[in-house]
Design a protein around this ligand. Structure first.
Ligand SMILES: NC(=O)c1ccc[n+]([C@@H]2O[C@H](COP(=O)([O-])OP(=O)(O)OC[C@H]3O[C@@H](n4cnc5c(N)ncnc54)[C@H](OP(=O)(O)O)[C@@H]3O)[C@@H](O)[C@H]2O)c1
Length: 277
């Protein structure tokens, strides 16, 4: 996705994946800084650790308490910190690491673009209260969801998120449990669906997919999970988590390059890579 995006933008950069032990994360960030990398993406479990390892946090990383994107910056001629990717010529002086989070915005962008769903005023059932479920719940509340129903195998984790939402986003009415009436969206943020014989991520005796207008599965491999297949049969509009993966990457590319990401090219590259089509 990123290399296709870089090529489409005419940038002679390369995006490579590396495996770093959490104990070595600080050294890896320092190494990237010394080599004047333009930036980094980080995934679990590095997103939380990196918060204390950068020189500055963008508002997005401060709000979500996690860093999934680092931009290395140096002073431009006017003394402002700018992306190394936007400095032409030699880089002298200090290089500074700024942490961002592009995950939360990617969730609601994907809901809007892939399902046409506007969170403001919506009724949403969110299944799962792990790392991704927590960010989704808080982002949906921040974007003005009116009623949020939280369900998780370990109910105490859903209760913790509900308490956080009540403290931070009082306009959203949050309930731990299933909705009784119609809802706009049911969102799977559990890891159920990754394996073909996984059960559905909800209790069919307590919730029926016919209650929902739309269903979103954060899982994107397989493209159609049993949850999405059942939702489609029940008449829901459906989308998988590919858009979420795409938009967090597209935003990172914009942060590094200062240019609009070629989203269609990046989506095509993802689909080819993941689904071979
Ligand atoms: N599309 C994307 O870009 C994207 C990005 C991030 C994550 N994801 C996907 O989102 C899902 C969650 O990721 P995460 O980072 O939040 O993982 P996580 O922190 O490990 O959380 C896993 C969640 O799944 C639940 N779960 C796991 N096994 C279960 C089972 N057998 N029965 C019922 N619930 C079960 C957990 O419940 P407990 O709390 O009870 O353990 C928890 O709510 C994964 O499928 C991941 O691939 C997609």
């Amino acid at each position: 996705m990123q290399n296709a995006g870089l090529a489409a933008l005419g940038l002679d950069w390369r995006y490579v994946a590396g495996e770093v032990h959490p104990d070595d994360l600080r050294a890896a960030i320092e190494g990237a800084r010394a080599m004047k990398f333009v930036g980094l993406n980080l995934t679990v479990p590095h997103k939380l650790l990196a918060v204390g390892m950068v020189d500055a946090l963008d508002e997005s990383a401060r709000v979500w308490g996690a860093v999934n994107t680092i931009r290395f910056e140096a002073h431009d001629a006017e003394g402002r910190w700018v992306s190394l990717g936007q400095i032409h010529g030699p880089i002298n002086g200090p290089v500074h690491a700024r942490g961002f989070n592009t995950d939360a915005d990617a969730i609601t962008r994907s809901l809007r673009e892939d399902l046409g769903l506007e969170p403001h005023g919506a009724r949403v059932l969110l299944l799962g209260a792990g790392g991704a479920g927590r960010v989704a719940a808080l982002k949906l509340a921040a974007d003005g969801v009116a009623h949020l129903f939280l369900v998780n195998r370990t109910a105490s984790k859903a209760e913790e998120i509900a308490a956080e939402i009540r403290a931070r986003h009082g306009r959203t009415e949050v309930v731990v449990g299933y909705p009784t009436g119609a809802i706009d969206l049911v969102l799977n943020a559990t890891s159920l669906g990754l394996k073909h014989d996984d059960p559905l991520p909800f209790d069919p005796e307590k919730f029926r997919l016919m209650q929902a207008t739309a269903a979103y599965d954060m899982v994107y491999r397989p493209a159609v999970t049993p949850f999405l297949a059942a939702a489609k049969t029940a008449g829901c509009q459906v989308a998988n988590g590919l858009g979420m993966l795409l938009y967090q990457g597209a935003k990172a590319l914009e942060i590094w390059s200062g240019k609009a990401a070629p989203v269609a090219v990046m989506r095509r590259a993802l689909e080819q890579n993941i689904y071979g089509r």
